[in-house]
Design a protein around this ligand. Structure first.
Ligand code: NAP
Length: 243
C-alpha cells in the first residue's frame, strides 16, 4: 500500500481553503489545515474533511508571523514526517481607492497575502528538498494579473505571488518541486459576500455565474496531484472573466 500524501492548507477552515482540503481528502490525502481562528471554530472543517476517511489536523498560527510559522512547521514535521503539498491560501482584503489608502491598509494586506507565502514556503521547502519532491500552490487572483480599481494593495500582493511562483519554479525545478499559482475570478465566499457592485462584475463574466470554491478546488487538486510536468504557471479559473 502506498503512503498517503500530506497536504498543508493555510486559511483552510472555510471558503476556498476548505473546499480544496475536501477535494484533496477525496483524492486520498491526509490534511493539515491552518487558520488564525480558535481550534473550536475549525472543528466542523476537520469533521467534514475526516468524513472522506483520511486524517485531518489543525494548527493555529498567523501565516505572516515568521517565528510562529517556523515553530508550527517544525511541529508538523515532528508529528507527521513530511509535507507533500503546500497550498498558500490564507488571504484578506482591505479595499479602498489608492488615493485614500493608508500605510497600515497597504502593509497589512501585503503581509498577510504575500509575506506569508515567504514565511510558510521558506519553512516547508527545505523538507520538500530533502524528500526531492513536492507541489506548492499559491492562491493568487485574476486581479494580480489584470488589476482592479480599489484593490491596489490586494492586486499588488497577488501579482507578487505570481512572481514568487515563477521564480521558485525555476529555483526548485531540479529538486522535483513544482510551484504554480491559481488565479480565481469572483468566487462565492465570505470574501465576496458584500461586494457592492456585483451586478457589474456579473456583466463581465461570459459564463454568467460566480465561481464556487469547488471550481477552484478542482484546479488545485490537478496541480497538486496530477500535473507532473506543469510548473511556473498562473492558471486563471474565472469563467472567462475579462477585467
Ligand atoms: P475567506 O473565506 O475570507 O477565507 C480566508 C481564510 O484565511 C479564513 O479562514 C481566514 O481566517 C484565514 N486567514 C486570514 N488571515 C490569516 C492569517 N494571518 N493566518 C492564518 N489564516 C488567516 O476567503 P476565500 O474567499 O476563501 O479566499 C481564499 C483565498 O483565495 C485568499 O487568498 C483570497 O485572496 C483568494 N481569492 C479569493 C477570491 C474570491 O472571489 N473569494 C478570488 C480570488 C482569490 P479567519 O476566518 O479566522 O479570519
Amino acid at each position: 500500500m502506498t503512503e498517503r500524501k500530506i497536504a498543508l492548507i493555510t486559511g483552510g477552515s472555510r471558503g476556498i481553503g476548505l473546499a480544496c482540503a475536501k477535494e484533496l481528502a477525496k483524492a486520498g490525502c491526509d490534511i493539515i489545515i491552518n487558520d488564525i481562528c480558535e481550534a473550536e471554530k475549525a472543528q466542523p472543517a476537520l469533521d467534514e474533511i475526516k468524513a472522506f476517511g483520511v486524517n485531518a489536523y489543525f494548527y493555529r498560527f498567523d501565516v505572516s508571523n515568521d517565528e510562529e510559522v517556523q515553530a508550527n512547521v517544525d511541529k508538523m514535521i515532528a508529528e507527521h514526517g513530511r509535507i507533500d503539498v503546500l497550498l498558500n491560501n490564507a488571504g484578506i482584503t482591505k479595499d479602498g481607492l489608492f488615493i485614500r489608502m493608508d500605510m497600515e491598509q497597504w502593509e497589512r494586506v501585503i503581509k498577510i497575502n504575500l509575506t506569508s507565502a515567504y514565511c510558510v514556503t521558506h519553512a516547508v521547502i527545505k523538507h520538500m528538498m530533502k524528500a526531492r519532491q513536492g507541489s506548492i500552490i499559491n492562491m493568487s487572483s485574476v486581479v494580480g494579473l489584470h488589476g482592479n480599481p480599489g484593490q491596489a494593495n490586494y492586486s499588488a500582493s497577488k501579482a507578487g505571488l505570481v512572481g514568487l511562483t515563477k521564480t521558485l519554479a525555476k529555483e526548485f525545478g531540479s529538486r522535483n518541486i513544482r510551484v504554480n499559482a491559481v488565479c480565481p475570478g469572483f468566487i462565492q465566499t465570505a470574501m465576496t459576500a458584500n461586494l457592492p457592485n456585483i451586478e457589474e462584475y456579473m456583466k463581465a463574466i461570459p459564463m454568467k455565474r460566480l465561481g464556487t470554491p469547488e471550481d477552484i478546488a478542482k484546479t488545485v487538486k490537478y496541480l497538486a496531484l496530477d500535473a507532473d510536468y506543469v510548473s511556473g504557471q498562473a492558471i486563471e479559473v474565472a469563467g472567462a472573466l475579462i477585467i
